[in-house]
Design a protein around this ligand. Structure first.
Ligand code: SF4
Ligand code: SF4
Length: 436
């Protein structure tokens, strides 16, 4: 049978072999962390601690005041040293709660709930909200908000995204291999929260052992199906995943998965949901793939949120001849301007590329109208026009070409023979206009 897939897309080299055989190891406990008060899409948090306060591991240090927001928690126990600004991967300065560890890792009181699958949907959502859980595939949308669709948009399917289609990254792969049962418990909790009878796990077919591990763990669950997907980028984008697995098409012009009755969560998020709802644990750590030819010893590490990127890379033997370090994968990640920047809930990978692997944006040429970008755009857009109009400063005109439907997957830039930085042009146009 043909594997589930979607139209368009590309096949960049996977390069997963660098880190995929490395089981998840705990990173060394950091001596100091800088926990960003904004590490999600939505409103930043308000700090609720001040310099001099002592905090426990898992204590709330930033409260969410808006609906689309998520609280942040101390990832070590110790003393608050400052509220100071650090850059985020997008280059913006973000206020952070700087905590010096006392080395004790003394947790706040955690209340375990053995009967977690009997909790009411409202209670589950509340626990997820309090634990500060956001989409860990990189999008960082607050999870509790995604689990509260309006009544007129009933959801009948929950989908776990285990595609991990970005080259190099293996964090989700390792989680599915090592902790499939807990990931599936997270899916069951999600299905209960949404009152849904059908759950899917989508995994690219280049990870047959992960498909096997998840299938084995799901063998007794009649309402959960593990679906192998064609290996194609960006298979893990929500809209592509939904089309491939259910055949449903999320409408263009701002349509959302809930418009076709689906909620998608990343497998790492499912694990965090299980930890939160069952054990009361807030989101204070995550798996980060540290990889690339520019790093001495590629690995998958469980890293506390707020640990400096430089410290994480140091634990992997340091950089060798890296020309560029990217937060995330090579297609959708952000090039870092400094390594003195904290890991956040959305840091799926740290990728060090060597000079030979880097394309310098300044070397791009004019569009030759070859049409390659149009052929591969999974959203059916005209990336050539978006880049040409944005380059000419005609940002408003980009809206006529459905600017806001572009989810910045980078496929167009990858195939462009003129090496045009199409995604950067798209981001620029988005920042210079308002949706609508
Ligand atoms: S225009 Fe946007 S959605 Fe289309 S290929 Fe380029 S980055 Fe991806
Ligand atoms: S791939 Fe590049 S050169 Fe070809 S049409 Fe698209 S933007 Fe123009």
């Amino acid at each position: 049978m043909a594997l589930a897939t979607f139209k368009g897309g590309i096949h960049p080299p996977g390069r997963k072999e660098l880190s995929k055989a490395h089981p998840i190891e705990r990173a060394k406990p950091p001596k100091q962390v800088a926990v960003p008060l904004s590490q999600h899409i939505g409103a930043p948090c308000k700090p609720v601690v001040k310099p001099g306060d002592t905090v426990k591991l898992g204590q709330v240090v930033g409260e969410a005041e808006a609906f689309v927001s998520a609280p942040v928690h101390a990832s070590v126990s110790g003393k608050v040293r400052a509220i100071a600004e650090y850059p985020n991967p997008m280059g913006r300065l973000v206020p952070c709660v700087v905590i010096e560890s006392d080395g004790e890792d003394a947790w706040v009181d955690l209340v375990e709930d053995a009967d977690y699958l009997s909790l009411s949907p409202e209670r589950i959502k509340e626990k997820i909200r309090q634990a500060g859980i956001v989409g860990m595939g990189g999008a960082t949308f607050p999870t509790a908000v995604k689990l509260s669709p309006p009544k007129e948009k009933p959801v009948d399917v929950v989908m776990l995204n285990g595609a991990e289609c970005e080259p190099y990254l293996t964090a989700d792969y390792r989680l599915m291999m090592e902790r499939p049962g807990e990931v599936l418990e997270g899916l069951k909790i999600l299905m209960r929260a949404l009152g849904v009878k059908k759950g899917f796990v989508g995994i690219e077919d280049n990870k047959p052992d992960a498909v096997e591990a998840m299938r084995e763990a799901a063998a007794s669950l009649a309402d959960v199906e593990v679906c192998p997907l064609e290996v194609k980028y960006p298979q893990g984008a929500e809209k592509m995943l939904i089309k491939a697995i259910t055949g449903r098409e999320v409408p263009n012009k701002g349509g959302l998965p809930m418009d076709v009755g689906v909620v998608v969560q990343n497998v790492g998020t499912a694990l965090a949901i299980h930890n939160a709802v069952r054990y009361g644990k807030p989101l204070v750590e995550r798996v980060v793939t540290v990889t690339g030819r520019g790093v001495a010893e590629p690995r998958n590490l469980m890293v506390r949120v707020g640990t400096m990127v430089s410290e994480v890379i140091e634990q992997c033997g340091g950089l060798t001849e890296a020309a560029k370090v990217i937060s995330g994968g090579p297609m959708m990640g952000f090039a870092l301007s400094t390594l003195e920047m904290p890991v956040t809930k959305g840091t799926s990978g740290l990728l060090a590329l060597t000079e030979g692997e880097v394309v310098h944006a300044r070397d791009f040429k004019p569009c030759i109208r070859c049409g390659r970008c149009v052929d591969i755009c999974p959203m059916g857009l005209m990336p050539s026009m978006l880049s040409v109009l944005s380059e000419a400063g005609q940002y408003e005109e980009c809206k006529d070409y459905n600017l806001f439907d572009c989810f910045e997957c980078g496929s167009c830039a990858y195939v462009c023979p003129s090496k045009r930085p199409i995604v950067q042009f798209v981001r620029l146009a988005k920042s210079m206009t308002k949706p609508g």
